[in-house]
Design a protein around this ligand. Structure first.
Ligand SMILES: [Zn+2]
Ligand SMILES: [Zn+2]
Length: 377
């Protein structure tokens, strides 16, 4: 099915009714209930716990584990993610991953990307799920053959509907019985939690492709956005993610708010996750420098008198690339030399000197590069 046809595909009424009801109850009935009967700390605490459970199951499980294979997980953790994914009501992990792999492969291609941002905010946020846009596109899940060998994924796929009902009705009902407020828990932990969980995840397909910066690549519409990262458990660093999709981190700097990254990392300390994949600092810095070069050259290309400046910039980029390669290479050698018992003391000192020199050089070049590119941009 392509988008070039004028006749729109049939509406998926089940989804339209579901999303409308969730939104209407969350905005209308929940505040009314709060006013009439009161909503207190226990509701808010459980809302936060269940919301986090749903979203982390999507970000750490559906997204970074199953769609992108950025690490390996213990079966117990997979089961938790599979339950959380059903609780989040975002289709089975197999289906979700299949869609998501197509999104990465054909990002911004309006005919192939299932939630292409190029088709507008509404479409990428929720519109793509309201009509039969991709009926037979990847129903066979051929792009997820690896996941078809995963027992937990296939178990969740097979029992998806019972798991959805069990979690979405069972958990709020159980909490309602425990706290003797069945309606309150059904409304807050059942409906409001699901509505918030849906839209915060949907923002990654919509907002994270229009709002924010592009420090790593301009080849697609994905953006880095620290504000969005707060609501999406770290997925707001979407520009980084689209260039380095096999990295278990989205917020790559230690201070960037990415609870999904922290969860995956801390699980590795107790053996629940293994083989965490991350790209090298060199590749990250090179990508950033290249993106800056492209920004600056696009600006300069509009002015024919700036050709000389453009050539200088290209030269400086070459120099920076060379120093970066040398620096990270030497850093690696230095690290390895610590365990090298054959290496002589003076050889080690030479390596250390070379490293210190390159570090100084790089510091200066980074500063130059920053000044040259920001002046233009
Ligand atoms: Zn994306
Ligand atoms: Zn992704």
């Amino acid at each position: 099915m392509t988008t070039s046809t004028n006749t729109k595909p049939p509406i998926i009424w089940q989804n339209v009714i579901l999303f409308t009801l969730l939104f209407a109850i969350s905005c209308g009935v929940v505040p009314w209930y709060a006013y009439q009967y009161g909503i207190d700390a226990k509701h808010w605490v459980w809302l936060l716990i269940t919301f986090s459970f749903c979203n982390l199951s999507i970000t750490a499980g559906y997204h970074r584990l199953w769609s992108h294979k950025t690490y390996e997980a213990h079966s117990a953790l997979k089961v938790i993610f599979a339950l959380g994914g059903a609780f989040a009501l975002q289709n089975s992990a197999l289906h979700w991953s299949s869609d998501h792999r197509v999104h990465h492969k054909h990002v911004d291609n309006n005919d192939k990307d299932p939630y292409s941002a190029g088709r507008g905010f509404w479409f990428s946020h929720i519109g793509w799920m309201l009509r039969e846009y991709a009926t037979n596109q990847h129903i066979d899940y051929t792009n997820c053959r690896d996941l078809q060998k995963d027992k937990v994924v296939m178990w969740q796929h097979k029992y998806y509907l019972p798991l959805v009902l069990l979690t979405n009705i069972g958990i709020p009902l159980l909490l309602g019985i425990i706290y003797q407020d069945i309606w309150g828990m059904l409304l807050v932990v059942g409906v409001l939690r699901l509505c918030l969980s849906h839209h915060s995840t949907f923002f990654i397909n919509s907002l994270a492709h229009v709002w924010g910066s592009q420090p790593y690549t301009t080849k697609n519409s994905a953006r880095d956005n620290a504000v969005l990262a707060v609501f999406t458990f770290g997925e707001g660093y979407h520009n980084f993610h689209h260039i380095f999709e096999n990295d278990y981190r989205n917020g790559v700097r230690w201070w960037q708010y990415d609870p999904t990254k922290w969860l995956i990392k801390s699980c590795s300390w107790v053996g629940l996750t293994t083989k965490l994949r991350s790209v090298s600092d060199l590749r990250i810095e090179l990508a950033k420098a290249k993106a800056k070069l492209q920004y600056a050259q696009t600006r300069l290309s509009a002015d024919p008198t700036q050709q000389e400046h453009s050539a200088k910039l290209a030269q400086e980029f070459e120099r920076l690339t060379q120093t970066l390669n040398d620096y990270y290479q030497t850093q690696k050698q230095l690290l390895e030399s610590k365990y090298d018992t054959v290496m002589k003391q003076y050889e080690h000192s030479l390596l250390q000197m070379k490293y210190t020199q390159l570090k100084q050089e790089l510091k200066q070049q980074r500063r130059n590069w920053h000044l040259m590119t920001t002046r233009i941009a």
